[in-house]
Design a protein around this ligand. Structure first.
Ligand SMILES: Nc1ncnc2c1ncn2[C@@H]1O[C@H](COP(=O)(O)OP(=O)(O)OP(=O)(O)O)[C@@H](O)[C@H]1O
Ligand SMILES: [Mg+2]
Length: 367
């Protein structure tokens, strides 16, 4: 998986920008606020169909423009491919693959695979469950187009159901549709849980190997998938997960109506991370938690490799500067295959002897 070149028109602080990339390491260097992260964001956008930090398309469009165009020429599975996104202030965004318009963002799934790694990810272990669900979702949406579709639909239902639970006091007739929403939610949730269980098993396997190496053999990392309590074996087929999901919804119905929130479903899932058998979220030291987070992120890359036979594009945003020299060199040694984009303010130490390209960015231009 490689990005050969990119063109940006009116994206963030890039009025008009074109660049070609090395198929090994690309160091994106520059002072603060020059557009380094924006460049990674553009690559990520074509991969995931959304930004990792903007909530609306408007944020992504240059202040002085009405629209933005991102275009990348990539290699995917040995074949050349052109991916494009058009963003507008007043219309819906559009994606094109080799000039053909895609119906949904989910259709992008898997075309350009990326793993993004930013300083926030170092808090993966200690933060709330939402960040770990995002880890699962981010990877699975790229691996399985059907997962991306199910997740979009699940979130739509969840939003709708939340409105019902909030507004039914004023409008009791809303409650007539609640059972339908619960059924639909359980159906989509069963899909998510089925895929997540398989993903968590893979993550557990790959992360354990990396973490063992990382800790010099002294620590064992395990990953456990936590989902709705009534499900005994989340690895069962979705059809078999439906019954326990509906059961759980039923027993939580009253509490949901009383609290006005959705208490039952896959949107509460989590990954429990254990180091030497102890829950890392509560007991790991700061350093242990960081190492474990690195192991999980690096494992994500290996999962893509196992699935597609090639490494995803790795986007490292400011993460190396956050690490001590030992962890830095562990990461750099582990990622010497595949294409990598690294942003940093001080480029000197990062570019390896051979290959690789240094791009200096200043004010949304190549300096
Ligand atoms: N829609 C937009 N239109 C124009 N400029 C924008 C837009 N969105 C963000 N910017 C500008 O982009 C700059 C931030 O770019 P970016 O986040 O890529 O910085 P960076 O080079 O990664 O900096 P740092 O080293 O601090 O992380 C800011 O100056 C911001 O004002
Ligand atoms: Mg940045």
């Amino acid at each position: 998986m490689k990005v050969y070149s990119i063109l940006l028109e009116g994206f963030r602080n890039y009025a008009s920008f074109e660049a070609e990339f090395s198929d090994t390491v690309n160091v994106i260097a520059g002072n603060n606020a020059q557009g380094k992260t924006n460049l990674l964001e553009a690559v990520y956008f074509l991969s995931a169909g959304r930004s990792f930090r903007a909530r609306t398309d408007r944020e992504l469009i240059h202040f002085d423009r009405d629209g933005a165009h991102i275009r990348a020429d990539i290699d995917s599975g040995g074949r050349g491919h052109r991916l494009e996104a058009f963003l507008h202030r007043t219309k819906r965004r559009q994606f094109l693959s080799n000039g053909v318009r895609l119906k949904t963002a989910s259709a992008l799934s898997g075309k350009l695979r990326t793993v993004l790694f930013c300083p926030d990810d170092l808090n993966l272990i200690r933060e709330g469950a939402a960040v770990r669900r995002r880890l699962m979702d981010g990877c699975l949406c790229q691996l399985r187009p059907r997962y991306a579709e199910a997740l979009t639909e699940y979130n739509r239902i969840l939003e709708h159901k939340t409105r019902i639970l909030r507004d039914y006091h004023q409008k009791p007739s809303l409650l007539e549709t609640l059972d339908d929403f619960n059924l639909r939610m359980a159906q989509m949730g069963a899909q998510l849980i089925y895929y997540r269980a398989a993903y968590a098993a893979l993550l557990a396997e790959k992360a354990a190997v990396i973490h063992r190496e990382f800790s010099g053999g002294s620590e064992t990392l395990s990953v456990r998938y936590l989902t709705v309590k009534t499900i005994e074996d989340p690895a069962k087929k979705p059809a078999e997960l439906l019954e326990p999901l509906l059961e759980h919804l039923k027993t939580h119905r009253r509490a949901e109506l009383e609290t006005g929130t959705c208490l039952s479903g896959a949107h509460k899932d989590d990954l429990e991370i254990l180091i030497n058998g102890t829950p890392a979220r509560t007991f790991a030291s700061q350093g242990q938690a960081r190492t474990a987070a690195l192991s999980l992120k690096l494992a994500e890359r290996d999962i893509h490799f196992a699935d597609a036979g090639e490494y995803p594009v790795l986007l490292l945003d400011d993460v190396l500067s956050e690490l001590d020299p030992k962890r830095q060199s562990f990461v750099l040694n582990r990622i010497n295959e595949g294409q990598v984009f690294i942003t940093c303010c001080d480029e000197v130490s990062l570019l390896p002897g051979t290959g690789g390209r240094l791009l200096r960015i200043a004010g949304g231009r190549l300096a």
